[in-house]
Write a protein that binds this ligand. Structure first.
Ligand SMILES: Cc1ncc(COP(=O)(O)O)c(C=O)c1O
Length: 335
């Protein structure tokens, strides 16, 4: 296709079918890293900007403010450059250095929130408070507020769901990470009418509080909601049939396994989603499963693909990796 702007290049990402050993079941990864900003968040960034422009909240030359773990800010920075808006991205130390460099490369401003929380604690509450304050004190600024903005979820219902429906006649199981909830809820809502029997499984890190349980630290970036932060309105519990938790070790080992066995780099939340999808397929025997993989491992070369980084956090465990490898290897075709 020929795009006339980078906005036109958002979406139409490929599916990769993994060679499953579980007979009668097929698993497709929706590889969202093939968006121009290299994550699925380009879809909602475009949708939220279009909506703000349509409603008149955002006028030419205006300022956008958003709190982000990095991917939303990257999508917004890219589209703000295309449309010549000023973007102030409020991030915390959880955002990888690579993501921050990318946001700055598009000419956006980065405000780093410092918290006294531990290394594995996400500073979402502090980020959201600062973004709100900056928007309130900057004339003409719009705070997009992704957790509660309906244009976040509708950005996926209109594009990701439509793509999946055109690619596959039936989907029995849809698995995706849940942070703001926009991607999974929106995709599920967009597909439900066409595929009423489809089961939807939401995945969050152990330590995130969306599906209950105790809060705690986690390193899976961009996904989940930490303790003390309100669950966003884009988490639609009416369309998510089951919520599961995956630990950092399982999520990262799965992403690393996939890189070495299949030659595809996925991010940590994608590792968690793939792990949960394999568990759910094994339990249910679902014939056709989609795992939404939010972004690529290229964004995490300094973290989850770095042995020293993992070791320093107690996340590199060869015994666990061997056990896990054997479990994950279920999807590899018999030699
Ligand atoms: C890498 C990654 N995974 C998962 C998510 C969660 O997606 P959502 O906010 O649509 O629930 C995000 C959101 O920022 C993300 O960046």
């Amino acid at each position: 296709m020929i795009g006339r702007s980078v906005s036109d290049l958002v979406g139409r990402t490929p599916l990769l079918e993994l060679p499953l050993r579980i007979s009668g079941s097929r698993l497709f990864l929706k590889l969202e890293k093939f968006n121009p900003g290299q994550s699925m968040k380009d879809r909602m960034a475009r949708s939220m900007l279009d909506d703000a422009e349509r409603s008149g909240r955002l006028a030419p030359g205006g300022t956008i403010v958003e709190s982000s773990s990095g991917n939303t800010a990257t999508g917004l920075a890219m589209l703000a450059a295309e449309r010549q808006y000023r973007l102030i991205a409020v991030v915390d130390r959880h955002a990888s250095a690579e993501k921050l460099r990318t946001i700055r490369a598009y000419g956006a401003e980065v405000r780093l929130v410092e918290t006294d929380l531990g290394d594995g604690r996400v500073g979402t509450a502090a980020r959201e408070a600062l973004a709100h304050e900056i928007a309130a004190t900057t004339p003409g600024a719009v705070y997009l507020n992704q957790p509660d903005n309906p244009a976040n979820a509708s950005g996926y219902a209109d594009t990701l769901a439509a793509e999946l429906a055109s690619e596959l006649p039936a989907i029995d199981l849809l698995v995706g990470a849940v942070g703001t909830g926009g991607s999974l809820s929106g995709t599920a809502r967009g597909l439900r009418a066409r595929m009423p029997g489809m089961r939807v499984v939401g995945v969050e890190p152990v330590g995130s509080i969306i599906f209950g349980g105790a809060g705690g630290s986690y390193y899976q970036s961009g996904t989940g909601t930490p303790e003390g932060v309100a669950i966003g309105q884009n988490v639609d519990f009416a369309v998510i049939d089951q919520g599961v938790k995956v630990g950092d070790r399982e999520a990262f080992a799965t992403a690393r396994f996939l890189a070495r066995q299949n030659g595809i780099l996925i991010g940590g939340s994608g590792g968690g989603v793939l792990y949960a999808a394999l568990e759910a397929i094994t339990a249910s025997g679902a014939p056709t499963t989609i795992a939404i993989v939010a972004d690529g491992g290229e964004k995490y070369l300094d973290t989850i693909f770095d042995d020293e980084w993992l070791r320093a956090r107690g996340l590199l465990d060869p015994t666990n990796d061997a056990v896990l490898g054997a479990r994950v290897a279920r999807y590899r075709e018999q030699e």
